[in-house]
Design a protein around this ligand. Structure first.
Ligand code: PLP
Length: 397
């Protein structure tokens, strides 16, 4: 990792020695992707908007090549790929575009377990009088409640927002069916594929979703780069002033995202098999070591690298404190400020407080090894059991 630049120094010791199992929050940049990013920064520094010279031309062709790679992963059309700073911006652009191209206020249906990037954008549009939000309910495994969804479609809606897979409990959604039902009612769908890309089958050629979003830093690419994939999106018709001028493309980020997608395309399936095996191993170890451990989400349709558990009686904030510097995991529901709030996803699933307060999200990734899993199982179980002992008397376990 260090051989391309003396400027890249080692991470602090605590960070290097802790086992990283928070890959839903973000993934490390794959060294192969970092190499592409650095090379593009140094060599392909031309302005991709200005193709009046050979430098600009090369940069523009690197952008075009990256569009091909993103499109190939999802069987989409390269022309439908629009680069953004990540999923949040892609979501905001998609919803703004939908507002601009529908009668106002936009009738927008949002599943209760969407990421805050979707929920907050929809609620802000509602506060501004630009949208009216309807909520799609979920069951106790975070699966879409079919009758709630059907009712919303019957009542008339313009845009449905559903994720391909949940970023907390990992539940995978039947997006083909969701989009098909919506299309039967002439309704557009925004699919947040941020966590799902490269980890489950997503064929946009067959899906005909109006908008799909993804983010580089969830697939071993850099932060600050993502894409909105949409056959109908045009920057110029976005509500607001965002379409007035095309910013200079972030060619190195774009090329790195393209390469990250290519790696996912080539390696994703085998890697998903490897990770689901390790995840099952971790689940089995934890279940054995922690009495009363419960798995949250849909075990029958779950992201391969996701394990979301509750250990009633062990408050998660305290458990995370005990694991600090040893194993990096999270609750999955911390907001932008890092403050802990009860997970809106687990609330929507109507889980009891004891499960919400003790939930832990574990996300495996490309560098996770079997020995990481053995070590993490012991450390996590010990932290939970110690916290329970310390708190016993206060709470029924
Ligand atoms: N959607 C989901 C499901 C996510 O998990 C995230 C990031 O956590 C986002 C959207 C926001 O992505 P970004 O950080 O690229 O803005």
């Amino acid at each position: 990792m260090n051989n391309y630049s003396p400027l890249i120094t080692q991470a602090p010791v605590a960070q290097r020695t802790a086992v990283y199992l928070d890959h839903h929050a973000t993934t490390p940049v794959d060294p192969r992707v970092a190499e592409v990013a650095v090379r593009m920064m140094v060599e392909e520094f031309g302005n991709a908007n200005g193709v009046e010279n050979v430098h600009g031309e090369h940069a523009a062709s690197a952008v075009a090549e990256a569009k091909d790679k993103v499109a190939r992963l999802l069987q989409a059309e390269p022309d439908d790929v629009h680069f953004t700073s990540g999923s949040t911006e892609a979501i905001q652009l998609a919803i703004s575009h939908s507002i601009a191209t529908h009668r106002s206020p936009l009738k927008i249906a949002v599943s209760r377990v969407e990421h805050k990037a979707v929920i907050d954008t929809a609620l802000r549009a509602e506060r501004l009088g630009l949208a009216a939000v309807a909520w799609i309910e979920v069951d106790d495994k975070a699966r879409i409640d079919r009758s709630s969804y059907e009712r919303i479609l019957q009542n008339g809606i313009d845009l449905v927002c559903v994720m391909a897979a949940n970023n907390e409990v990992g539940t995978i959604y039947p997006v083909e069916e969701i989009v098909r039902n919506a299309r039967e009612h002439g309704v557009d769908v925004l699919i947040d594929a941020t966590q799902a890309v490269g980890r489950m089958q997503l064929n946009l050629d067959e899906l005909s979703a109006a908008y799909v979003v993804l983010s580089g830093h969830k697939i071993y690419g850099p932060k600050g780069i993502g894409a909105l994939i949409s056959p109908i999106f045009e920057r110029a018709s976005v509500f607001g002033l965002q379409g007035a001028h095309h910013p200079t493309p972030n060619v190195s980020g774009i090329a790195a995202l393209g390469y990250a997608c290519e790696l996912m395309h080539v390696e994703g399936e085998a890697e998903s098999r490897r990770l689901s095996h390790l995840r099952d191993l971790l689940q089995e170890r934890l279940a054995r070591l922690v009495p009363g451990l419960v798995v949250n989400g849909d075990e029958a349709a779950r992201l391969p690298h996701n394990l979301h558990v509750s250990a009633p009686g062990a408050l998660n904030e305290i458990v995370l404190g005990r694991l600090r510097g040893k194993v990096s995991i999270s609750t999955g529901s911390a907001c932008n400020t890092g403050a802990q709030e009860p997970s809106h996803v687990l609330r929507a699933m109507r889980l009891p407080d004891s499960r919400i307060e003790s939930c832990l999200r574990i996300g495996l990734g490309r560098t996770t090894t079997a020995s990481d899993i053995e070590l993490a199982a012991i450390q996590i179980a010990q932290a939970i059991n110690d916290v329970r002992t310390d708190l016993s008397g206060d709470i029924d376990v």
